[in-house]
Write a protein that binds this ligand. Structure first.
Ligand SMILES: *Cc1c(COP(=O)(O)O)cnc(C)c1O
Length: 373
């Protein structure tokens, strides 16, 4: 049996998380009422500088509520990245809409103004944009395009909590923005998410939909089909504790990424691997530090990943499979060449608070040994 010495990711709960969870249990408020829900919503809203955060059960349910509140219905076409986590396309599908896939940029791995424009048609009703692996996508420019053409923009910030463009945090650009607090995200509640909406009416709609469509204050009056997408007070207690340490967790990721780059720079300089893009004014929060294996490398991505795990106990994760390669979203004749190649070459390396420089030296030592032979 392989002993995993370095997981690719893990939650680090070393502040008041435990005390707040015990307090929630002792108070009897373990379900979806209780003081920690509001405290968590307020602390996230304050940190991001966006008002009105709505805590929900996951990043996926946040996206579903966003699509539904913005009116996605059968036959509507929504542009989503081809290279992303599956939740974006699924959220559109839950509402009966059709996701249309935009390719990504070979350096940033994010969608661009150009790749969005390429797949735009008169049927486009909205765009879901994702900031992958912590690096902001050019959301300012894409929002402008959406405004010009009169469609809405959802910003999926699941992987980019705290990232910013010219000092403005991601999540503050979209008409609706979503976050995830899954166990491997920068801030975690186990399972959880949050939605922000600029428009007060949309915000109200999301609150109603997340609580079975019930109008607040009117018991058992459900004028429309809603969902139970609520976050518990216990999960919120973890999140509130995490938020007290948010600056630490963000600083840790920058340190970890810089240390990886220091040790791996020789491979990058020889063109064997590619680093995350550095863009002026774009602050990357390095959710998972990632590299791309280029054609210059003698060992392929999957072999490297397998040997790192088997012989060194170092867990890594391959990049997402692009959406149009999944059975339910595959379509005849669709070519998204950059997403396809990035997906085959990319690898996430262990990234979590507390991973020491010494640990990173060891991990990168193994990578160099395997790549350089
Ligand atoms: C993690 C993630 C989600 C969904 O999060 P869950 O909380 O697991 O539902 C959505 N989008 C992206 C890009 C993600 O990385």
């Amino acid at each position: 049996m392989t002993i995993i010495r370095y997981q690719v990711s893990k939650p680090v709960l070393q502040g008041n998380e435990r005390a707040y969870v015990i307090d929630a249990i002792d108070s009897g408020w373990i379900s979806s009422s209780g003081k920690y829900i509001e405290k968590f919503e307020e602390s996230v809203s304050e940190f991001l500088g966006i008002e009105g955060g709505i805590a929900v059960s996951s990043g996926t349910t946040a996206l579903h509520l966003a699509c539904e509140a913005l009116g996605v219905k059968r036959g509507m076409k929504v542009i989503v990245p081809a290279f992303t986590y599956v939740a974006n396309a699924n959220a559109v599908s839950y509402c009966g809409g059709t996701p249309i896939f935009a390719d990504c940029d070979p350096d940033t791995w994010n969608v661009t103004l150009h790749t969005i424009d390429q797949v735009w048609t008169s049927k486009t009703v909205g765009v879901i944009l994702v900031h992958l692996y912590g690096l902001p996508a050019p959301v300012d420019k894409i929002k402008e395009l959406c405004n010009q053409r009169g469609v809405w923009l959802i910003e999926d910030c699941a992987e980019a909590f705290g990232a910013s463009i010219l000092g403005k945090k991601v999540g503050s650009f979209g008409d609706v923005s979503t976050f995830s607090f899954y166990g491997n995200k920068i801030i975690s509640t186990g399972e959880g998410g949050m939605v922000f909406a600029k428009d007060a009416a949309i915000r109200k709609k999301i609150r109603v939909l997340k609580g079975q469509g019930m109008i607040p204050g009117k018991s058992y009056w459900h004028p429309e089909i809603g969902y139970n997408y609520r976050l518990t007070n216990v999960a919120s207690a973890i999140g509130y504790g995490q938020m007290e340490d948010v600056e630490y967790h963000l600083a840790e990721r920058v340190r970890i990424a810089e240390t990886y780059m220091n040790y791996l720079r020789p491979l990058r300089d020889r063109g064997i691997i590619q680093f995350p893009a550095h863009q002026e004014g774009y602050e990357n929060v390095y959710w998972l530090f990632s590299i791309l294996m280029t054609e210059e490398s003698d060992i392929n991505r999957d072999d490297l990943s397998n040997i790192l795990l088997k012989d060194y106990g170092i867990e890594t994760r391959p990049f997402f499979v692009p959406m149009h390669k999944l059975p339910m979203y595959s379509r005849e004749g669709i070519a998204l060449p950059v997403s396809e190649s990035v997906s085959k070459q990319g690898l996430n390396l262990p990234t979590y608070s507390g991973l020491s420089n010494e640990n990173i030296k060891e991990i990168t030592g193994a990578i160099k040994e395997l790549i350089l032979g």
